[in-house]
Design a protein around this ligand. Structure first.
Ligand SMILES: *Cc1c(COP(=O)(O)O)cnc(C)c1O
Length: 404
């Protein structure tokens, strides 16, 4: 796992392997066998510049030596899993780190982003009931939202094709326009427990919420005694150039959900909660067998400290501004891009052509991109990517856009 790790001979999958995995994804044909920094390598030795980072997960890049060291040290202890029936040190230290570096008074660990949001919905309902009102369980989310594909989070996700085949979803969830008047009409002190929103909508096309809007929403949710949950599963932990996206918005939320980059690829999620929410929770209210176990927590403790490094955050902020200018120049040069949205290391490019066609041509040229909706390309590079590497990616993207 360090950059020079030799691979076992057996990494080549049997030809039939792809048919044995349930067909919930359309995958690119490459079989990746190795990662190094901002590049992945397939079994033919072809290299790909990675502007996806495992969907905003591998922020420190592939084959990171520090991550590998922590994994190895943890393995040496022989302690990978004990369950949450017992105390282990790494999870306690990780939780303390979050309490020290955020608004949170306590933290719940789980295994994924969707699980973090499902947990946040349960915590909100527990808190709602604790207000002495059995009807205070409503969850509100916004137009364009993506919060996950489990029954509760799918109910809060605004994509008909994801939802329709699985109705009915969890009840008591309503999706409303990104509009203050509409929220004024919907948020009810007696029936709404929480509003959830992404500071930057990811799957919804990289839509950066206006900080003024979010601040007014914060004021409104306080007036209505409604919790504000920020889903920072994609945009959190450095991707905006702030450790937490909410810092850039100038609001203090009641809960924040995190996952993707927390352990640079090992599965872990978290819900940061403030004191009132924490105070409403009792033993038995929620659970997880694996959540926050010694291995993932130790790796996450290492990763979050590095993502919080002011030098890295400054790099993301400055390079993000530079990237904005470069992408705007690309738009002018090619005439193939209709609009650009984003900040830091999270960008969406609206294209005339279907995004999938451009993703395919980029892939042929050794550049990994992902779409966000039919006509939006998404750029989610590892946060350690340099200007030279980003310039290389932009040149490949230009070639893919122009198909020359
Ligand atoms: C990825 C993501 C989720 C859900 O994550 P899963 O990997 O499906 O568990 C939720 N919210 C946002 C904003 C995300 O980016």
């Amino acid at each position: 796992m360090s950059t020079a790790t030799a691979l076992p001979d057996s990494v080549t999958a049997p030809a039939s392997a792809s048919n044995a995995i349930l067909g919930t994804y359309k995958r690119q044909p490459a079989l990746f066998v190795r990662g190094e920094g901002v590049r992945l390598f397939d079994d033919s030795g072809k290299s790909y510049l990675d502007m996806v980072a495992g969907i905003a997960v591998v922020s420190l890049g592939h084959g990171d030596a520090g991550v590998a060291r922590v994994i190895q040290e943890t393995l040496t202890s022989g302690l990978i899993h004990t369950s949450n029936l017992y105390r282990t040190a790494a999870g306690e230290r990780l939780a303390a780190w979050f309490v020290q570096h955020s608004f949170a008074s306590q933290v719940f660990f789980c295994n994924s982003g969707a699980e973090a949001n499902e947990a946040a919905f349960k915590f909100a309902r527990r808190w709602g009931r604790a207000q002495g009102n059995d009807n205070k369980f409503g969850i509100v989310s916004l137009r364009g939202a993506f919060h996950g594909r489990l029954p509760g989070t799918l109910a809060a996700t605004d994509r008909a094709s994801y939802r329709q085949p699985f109705l009915p979803l969890m009840g008591g969830v309503q999706i409303v326009e990104r509009d203050l008047e509409e929220l004024r009409a919907v948020l009810d002190p007696d029936t709404t427990a929480a509003l959830i929103l992404e500071p930057i909508q990811g799957e919804g096309g990289v839509r950066v919420l206006d900080p003024d809007f979010v601040r007014e929403v914060r004021t409104l949710t306080r007036e209505r005694n409604v919790l504000l949950i920020l889903d920072e599963i994609q945009c959190g932990l450095g991707r905006t150039g702030h450790l937490f996206a909410y810092e850039g918005l100038g609001v203090v939320p009641d809960m924040v959900t995190l996952a993707k980059p927390m352990a640079n690829g090992l599965p872990i999620g978290a819900v940061l909660v403030n004191e009132p929410v924490a105070g409403a929770m009792q033993p038995g209210d929620h659970g997880t067998t694996f959540g926050g176990g010694p291995l993932v927590a130790a790796v996450a403790e290492h990763v979050v400290q590095r993502l919080a490094d002011p030098v890295l955050l400054e790099h993301v902020l400055e390079t993000g501004c530079w990237l904005s200018a470069e992408l705007n120049a690309l738009m002018k040069r090619t005439g193939k891009i209709r609009a650009i949205r984003g900040m830091g290391f999270m960008w969406g490019l609206d294209t005339h052509e279907p995004a999938a066609a451009i993703v395919g041509r980029a892939y042929d040229r050794g550049l990994l991109l992902v779409g966000a909706g039919e006509h939006t390309l998404r750029l989610l590079p590892p946060l350690v990517m340099t200007r030279d590497e980003l310039s290389e990616a932009i040149a490949l993207l230009e070639s893919a856009l122009l198909d020359n």
